[in-house]
Design a protein around this ligand. Structure first.
Ligand SMILES: Cc1cc2nc3c(=O)[nH]c(=O)nc-3n(C[C@H](O)[C@H](O)[C@H](O)COP(=O)(O)O)c2cc1C
Length: 323
């Protein structure tokens, strides 16, 4: 696509594409058990930045990366969700010569300078202006800004993308990737208008052909209304946004136990057998906008095309050129 920008199909050139060597600044969320090598390789092959989920452990990540390299020559990265990861994942990613790493689930970890010395760019996941400032002070190369509408573990303070993204972008001069509520070109264009230079898709990618979960979950996302994604576990300082089921709605209650401790591992049965009452399915509010299961390449192709149309239509439909 390089150098051949059509009117509605943009050619991206910004800090994210230059830093990572990708063509299209779209990332898959690094979802353990969901983002399979097939899914992550499909993102990379489509021109996006595939992220390997570090939560699967060092041994599994090594195999994952080997399969990725058999499937694609294009760049990809990895995520280290610090509070759910083995310490050895850092050595594994260095040994495997991964060039881009995101760190999440807490403050900037002490191993970040080591990754950077190895030539790895590190982006940290933030959920407030305060956590973004702390990450910038710790010297990370960029930020993943996560809005509270997104699926999965959320920040203790719940700030939606519409407020958080322009706030962070206007105060901190680092490249920003937006995560939360992005499923198509219109939402990607909105994120870019708010200051992002890339987007990360979670829920949209769960409902993809390549996602490693049972069809019941993919179909549930396609069928879900925007109101069926609920924030549970708030009372244990680890809110998590999930699909409403009889099992998960119990954890709305302040008196309920910690969903991470009680039901997290049951989620594996939900993924493999499609038992929707096992564990919790991390699903964002954007499920309400997802109306079909698609191959990853098609999600990215449609998003890029619609992004170009959306950006062009804004000026065409709303600006008066006569004045
Ligand atoms: C099933 C699932 C698993 C996730 N696992 C991780 C993870 O291991 N590490 C991480 O940084 N974020 C994880 N996330 C959060 C995503 O990276 C991202 O912030 C979120 O999905 C974006 O919102 P969206 O679901 O509206 O696209 C997960 C999200 C989902 C839906």
């Amino acid at each position: 696509m390089k150098g051949k920008a059509l009117s509605s199909v943009p050619f991206f050139d910004n800090r994210i594409t230059r830093l990572t060597g990708i063509d299209i600044p779209i990332l898959n969320a690094p979802m353990g058990g969901v983002a399979t090598p097939e899914l992550v390789a499909a993102v990379a092959e489509a021109g996006g930045l595939g992220l390997v989920p570090g939560s699967i452990g060092s041994k599994a990540a090594t195999t994952f990366i080997r399969v990725m390299r058999e499937r694609t020559n294009r760049p990809f990265g990895a995520n280290i969700p610090v509070s759910f990861s083995e310490a050895s994942i850092v050595d594994t990613l260095v040994e495997q010569r991964v060039r881009f790493v995101t760190t999440s689930t807490g403050p900037v970890p002490a191993f970040v300078p080591r990754l950077q010395q190895e030539g790895i760019a590190v982006f940290h996941v933030v959920t407030s202006l305060e956590t973004a400032r702390r990450a910038a002070d710790a010297g990370v190369d960029g930020l993943i800004v996560e809005g509270s509408e997104g699926g999965g573990l959320r920040g203790a303070q719940e700030v939606p993308m519409m407020v958080l993204l322009p706030l962070v972008a206007s105060h901190i001069d680092l490249p920003v990737i937006a995560a939360g509520g992005i499923s198509d070109g219109r939402s990607m264009a909105a994120a870019f208008a708010l200051g992002a230079e890339g987007v990360q898709m979670g829920t949209r990618m769960v409902a993809s052909l390549e996602a490693g979960v049972h069809e019941n979950l993919k179909n549930a996302i396609v069928a879900a209304a925007e109101t069926e994604s609920i924030m549970i576990n708030r009372h244990h300082q680890r809110p998590i946004r999930v699909l409403r089921t009889a099992t998960t709605e119990k954890y709305l209650d302040a008196a309920a136990g910690d969903a991470f401790k009680e039901i997290m591992y049951d989620t594996l049965r939900l993924y493999s057998d499609g038992d929707m009452e096992s564990g919790f399915a991390s699903v964002g509010q954007v499920a309400g906008r997802i109306d079909g299961m698609l191959p990853v390449a098609e999600i990215i192709r449609r998003t890029v095309e619609e992004f170009g149309q959306a950006v062009a239509a804004l000026a065409r439909n709303h600006l008066n050129r006569q004045s």
